[in-house]
Design a protein around this ligand. Structure first.
Ligand SMILES: [Zn+2]
Ligand SMILES: [Zn+2]
Length: 258
């Protein structure tokens, strides 16, 4: 059930203390997650930044907010400018703070790659890549306490060097970022690494997981997709093709682009 559906964001409940905020009008169909705990709320990712996500977050966040992007690609950090503080993994501290490695025109072309009804007050000419100083640097296995909820940081590089998944053991939720979703999984950027991506899948495949909460596309994922992605990477490696530039590998629920 949609709690909000305005001209840009859609908000739905995952459970009584967890919300998903989606940008379905854009071809990337981004999802951000808001987790309410008894001492803090946590926003995972901030979307494209073409409309003020904080106005939506404020409607549902019940405690002081911690903001953590899964990595520093534009579609996850776009809304950071609306918040006072954020945490980022140590491997992408320089990307967010002065040294983003991809040119602005490349990002703008991605943003308008497919036809999209952007909000009326959005102007692509004004779009910038957020830069700012993180309030805290994250490392693998760090714990974020929200009072009654405990979230573990799992460093899962490959798509991007500082990519993290967030794992909530109690609920057996995996907030999978761009590591796992139904669609084109990408390790073709110059800053990606297919071998590391494969290792990151191995890192999460044996966790007890009831629900995968991805950053893009279909929200209704079977948890078996992790094993399917693992098997696919193993096949690609066995065929000697786990090298950047090998191309596209198609499977029933996803495509791997390396
Ligand atoms: Zn990404
Ligand atoms: Zn993404």
């Amino acid at each position: 059930m949609n709690l909000i559906k305005d001209d840009w964001f859609t908000v739905e409940k995952v459970d009584n203390e967890t919300y998903v905020i989606s940008e379905y009008k854009h071809w990337e169909e981004t999802h951000c997650y808001l987790l309410n705990g008894t001492t803090n709320s946590l926003l995972i990712d901030t979307g494209l930044g073409v409309k003020n996500i904080k106005a939506v977050v404020n409607k549902f966040a019940t405690k002081p907010l911690i903001v953590i992007p899964t990595h520093t690609h534009y579609d996850h950090i776009g809304g950071l400018r609306y918040f006072d503080n954020f945490y980022i993994h140590e491997n992408e501290e320089d990307w967010i703070n002065g040294n983003f490695p991809l040119p602005l025109d490349f990002i703008k072309n991605l943003l308008i790659e497919e036809p999209c009804e952007f909000p009326l007050d959005f102007n692509i000419d004004d779009y910038e890549i957020f830069q700012g100083k993180p309030t805290k640097i994250l490392k693998d296995n760090d714990i974020i306490e929200l009072g009654n909820r405990t979230i573990q940081i799992i460093h899962t590089p490959g798509h991007a060097p500082g990519h993290i998944c967030l794992y909530e053991k109690e609920k057996e939720y995996l907030y999978s970022g761009d590591l796992i979703y139904k669609g084109k999984l990408t390790a073709f950027f110059p800053t990606s690494d297919p071998k590391t991506y494969k290792n990151s899948i191995d890192k999460v495949v044996n966790l007890p997981i009831k629900k995968i909460l991805p950053s893009h596309f279909d929200l209704d994922l079977q948890t078996s997709i992790i094993k399917e992605i693992k098997d696919a990477f193993e096949q690609i490696e066995n065929d000697g093709k786990l090298e950047q530039g090998s191309g596209l590998f198609h499977y029933q629920n996803f495509t791997i682009s390396i």
